[in-house]
Write a protein that binds this ligand. Structure first.
Ligand SMILES: NC(=O)c1ccc[n+]([C@@H]2O[C@H](COP(=O)([O-])OP(=O)(O)OC[C@H]3O[C@@H](n4cnc5c(N)ncnc54)[C@H](OP(=O)(O)O)[C@@H]3O)[C@@H](O)[C@H]2O)c1
Length: 339
C-alpha cells in the first residue's frame, strides 16, 4: 500500500479567531495570494486548494494580484466537491487604485472572477488613487498622481458602504493607512472599517497604528508577516533587515523546536493581529503555528524589543512629486502630508 507523506489536515474548528466589532469571526491566520510576480496564477490557485484541504479558512485576495479568476475556479471546485461550503470560508478582496471611482464595478468583477455572490471583506487597497502598471519600477511616477485627498477618499468609502447595503460584501476595511487618515475616516464614515490590513512583522510593528486600531475595535490584518522574503527586487533596499534571521527569533525557535517563521506567526496572533503569510512550500507549517502553545511573556517582550521600524513596502510609486521621499506617504509627523 502506498504511504502518503501529506500530514493530516488541521481541524479548522481548532484554529483561533478574532471576533470583529460586528460579532463575526475572522480566522486568525489566512493565506496570502500575492505571488510577488514570480509565482504563476495557476500555482497560487493550486496552493489555495491544497491550503483549504489542509485546514485554511481565510484567503486574502486582490484584483491586482491577477489571479482571482484562477482562484475562483478552484473555489468552485472545492464547493462542488463539498470539501467546504461557502460559509466555511472567509474571502477578502480589494479595490485597486485605478478603480476608486468605480468601486461597485471592481467588486462585481472580483465576485465574477472568484465565482462568489458575496465577499466577507472588501478593502480599499491603498488610500491613493494613483495608477501604475503592474511590475513597474519604483521610480515610475504617474502624471496624474495626487496626494491623499480626504473628500475624494470619502467618495470612495461611500461606494464601499453601498456594497454593504447591497449585501455584496459583509465587511469593509482599509489598507496601507496611517493614524491621521484613520481619524478622519472614523469621523466621517457611516459604516466604520471592520479591519485594517497593514504591514506588520517583528521588524516592523507599527505600535501607534496598531494601538489606534485596537482602541477603535478595528481588527489589524498583518501583511508581509514573515518579512516577505520572496518580495520582488523593486521592493528591496540595502537598509532592509531580515526578520527570519533575527537572533531573538531564531533563539526562541530553537528552544521551542519550531521554525523562526512559526514563531513570527505565533507572536502575531498572540499580539492580536491576523497574519496572512503567502506560501507555496510552507503553508502547512504556517497553519500549524496558530496551534502552537502560547509564547511566554518574556518571549513576547523580547520580540517586542526587535522592532526596527523597517518598512518593506514603501510605496514609492504613489508619490506625487519628484523631490519626495517615500516617508511622505506615511504621515511621519502624525499629520497628513500636505500637497
Ligand atoms: N494590503 C497590501 O497592500 C498588501 C501588501 C503586500 C502583501 N499583502 C498580502 O499579504 C500576503 C503576504 O505578504 P508577502 O507574500 O509579501 O510576505 P510574507 O507572507 O511575509 O512572505 C512570503 C514569502 O515567505 C516564504 N515563506 C512562507 N512561509 C515560510 C516559512 N514557514 N519559512 C520560510 N519561508 C517562508 C514564502 O516562500 P514559499 O512559497 O517558498 O513558502 C514567500 O516567499 C500577500 O500574499 C498578500 O496577500 C497585502
Amino acid at each position: 500500500m502506498t504511504q502518503t507523506t501529506t500530514p493530516a489536515p488541521i481541524d479548522p474548528a481548532s484554529i483561533p479567531y478574532f471576533t470583529l466589532s460586528t460579532g463575526d469571526r475572522l480566522p486568525a491566520i489566512g493565506l496570502g495570494t500575492f505571488g510577488s510576480d514570480a509565482v504563476a496564477p495557476a500555482v497560487v490557485a493550486t496552493t489555495v486548494t491544497e491550503a483549504v484541504r489542509a485546514g485554511y479558512r481565510h484567503i486574502d485576495c486582490a484584483s491586482v494580484y491577477g489571479n482571482e479568476g484562477q482562484i475562483g475556479g478552484v473555489l468552485a471546485d472545492l464547493f462542488a466537491h463539498r470539501v467546504v461550503g461557502r460559509d466555511d470560508l472567509w474571502i477578502t478582496s480589494k479595490v485597486w487604485n485605478d478603480m476608486h471611482g468605480r468601486v461597485g464595478a471592481s467588486c462585481r468583477k472580483s465576485l465574477q472572477d472568484l465565482r462568489l455572490d458575496h465577499l466577507d471583506l472588501f478593502l480599499v487597497h491603498w488610500p491613493f488613487p494613483n495608477y501604475h502598471p503592474p511590475k513597474c519600477d519604483v521610480t515610475m511616477r504617474s502624471p496624474d498622481a495626487r496626494p491623499y485627498i480626504h473628500d475624494a477618499f470619502m467618495r470612495t468609502w461611500e461606494q464601499m458602504e453601498r456594497l454593504v447595503d447591497e449585501g455584496l460584501v459583509r465587511h469593509i476595511g482599509t489598507s496601507n493607512m496611517t493614524v491621521p487618515k484613520m481619524e478622519l475616516l472614523l469621523r466621517d464614515a457611516r459604516i466604520r472599517p471592520a479591519c485594517n490590513e497593514m504591514e506588520l512583522h517583528p521588524h516592523f510593528q507599527q505600535p501607534a497604528l496598531f494601538d489606534f486600531c485596537a482602541q477603535h475595535a478595528i481588527q489589524p490584518i498583518a501583511y508581509c508577516p514573515l518579512g516577505s522574503p520572496g518580495r520582488p527586487d523593486r521592493d528591496r533596499t540595502p537598509e532592509d533587515t531580515v526578520d527570519l534571521e533575527d537572533p531573538v527569533l531564531t533563539s526562541i525557535a530553537r528552544s521551542a523546536g519550531v521554525a523562526p517563521a512559526q514563531v513570527a506567526l505565533r507572536w502575531a496572533i498572540q499580539r492580536g493581529q491576523a497574519p496572512i503569510p503567502f506560501s507555496v512550500n510552507h503553508f502547512r507549517e504556517n497553519l500549524a503555528a496558530a496551534l502552537l502553545p502560547p509564547l511566554s511573556a518574556s518571549a513576547m517582550q523580547a520580540i517586542a524589543g526587535i522592532d526596527k521600524g523597517c518598512r518593506l513596502i514603501k510605496g514609492q510609486v504613489f508619490l506625487w512629486k519628484d523631490d519626495q521621499g517615500w516617508e511622505d506617504l506615511w504621515d511621519p509627523d502624525g499629520t497628513i502630508t500636505p500637497a
